[in-house]
Design a protein around this ligand. Structure first.
Ligand SMILES: [Zn+2]
Length: 310
């Protein structure tokens, strides 16, 4: 992880910053502006393992299942990138793209913004709370997000889990309550030995945990603990943001989360307030996980706020 997370350079981090800025500015609601902002975005393709590919560029990582049954997407970035995404899919399949399903990992606009385009081609599937939040006005810690248009909403919703038997394998979406949000689904490609984590995992970075959407630091720890125990040790991991990772990378991420919680809990027990904890800073080992959007101060504030709320 060390080498991959370091090689995931400042440029990529800027992409995440821009992504989140657009989400918070209501990217879905401002297509004309977003179109210009997206004109310089390149979509790159990585073969992860088996049937599964990953598309990167601005926004959350897209997972793609390709095979004789057609194409399934996990997340779809922003609507203005739809043509570029279609072109990248065409390159993978070597011809006409037959999109059959779209799965959403959670409701944030950098993961579901393309629904308004791809939802016309294939059914969109997501946890019940994704449809709930997308169809109503959301007041987040970073501003208001207006409801998505009806054609962008998931048409198939599930509670605990759903399986799609597709391209010769079971693709299983499992809900982990109160992680990055209250509607996270992690997607297991059981034959290809790949897991798409959505924003439950930011690779090598302090994560954004959306407490105003039902997210929780302990919930993320619970989810990652269960996933690490569940997947084969040689599984490939697609994070919500960042490069393809390994199960060992997930274990290191889990250590960071657990040590961050331990640090804040010890501080609270010692009578320190948030200002004092921020002044102290996270344990040295994790300082490099800071980035522009979630620096040490915001990360400590997130952990503190999440623990106080629970
Ligand atoms: Zn997110």
């Amino acid at each position: 992880m060390e080498s991959t997370s370091r090689s995931w350079s400042a440029r990529a981090r800027c992409v995440v910053v821009a992504t989140i800025a657009i989400v918070l500015a209501g990217g879905v609601a401002r297509p004309a502006v977003a179109q210009q902002e997206m004109s310089d975005v390149e979509i790159t393709t990585t073969h992860v393992a088996g049937n599964v590919y990953m598309l990167q560029g601005r926004g959350g990582n897209i997972g793609v299942s390709v095979g004789s049954d057609g194409v399934l997407l996990v997340d779809d970035k922003f609507a203005p990138l739809a043509d570029k995404i279609r072109a990248a899919l065409g390159e993978i399949v070597g011809g006409e793209v037959e999109l059959e399903f779209v799965l959403n990992t959670h409701w944030h606009g950098d993961h579901v913004g393309g629904n308004v385009e791809f939802g016309a081609e294939a059914p969109v599937i997501a946890h019940t709370n994704v449809r709930g939040r997308m169809s109503t006005r959301q007041e987040t810690a970073f501003g208001v997000v207006e409801p998505s248009p009806p054609e962008a909403l998931p048409v198939l919703t599930f509670g605990d889990s759903v399986s799609i038997h597709f391209n010769g394998e079971e693709i299983r979406a499992i809900h982990y309550p109160h992680g990055h949000t209250d509607g996270d689904a992690v997607i297991f490609f059981t034959g290809s030995n790949v897991v798409h984590m959505g924003d439950v995992h930011f690779a090598g970075l302090f994560p954004f945990i959306d407490l105003s959407s039902g997210g929780s630091v302990r919930g993320v720890i619970d989810a990652v603990t269960r996933i690490v125990d569940q997947v084969p040790s040689d599984a490939s991991v697609i994070p919500g943001h960042g490069p393809v990772s390994t199960v060992d990378d997930l274990r290191e991420y889990l250590e960071m989360l657990e040590e961050s919680v331990a640090f804040v809990e010890a501080g609270i027990r010692a009578g320190k307030n948030l200002v004092a904890l921020i002044a102290e800073g996270v344990p040295e080992r994790w300082a490099g996980w800071s980035w522009q959007f979630i620096g040490e101060a915001r990360w400590i504030e997130t952990v503190y706020g999440s623990l106080q709320g629970s």
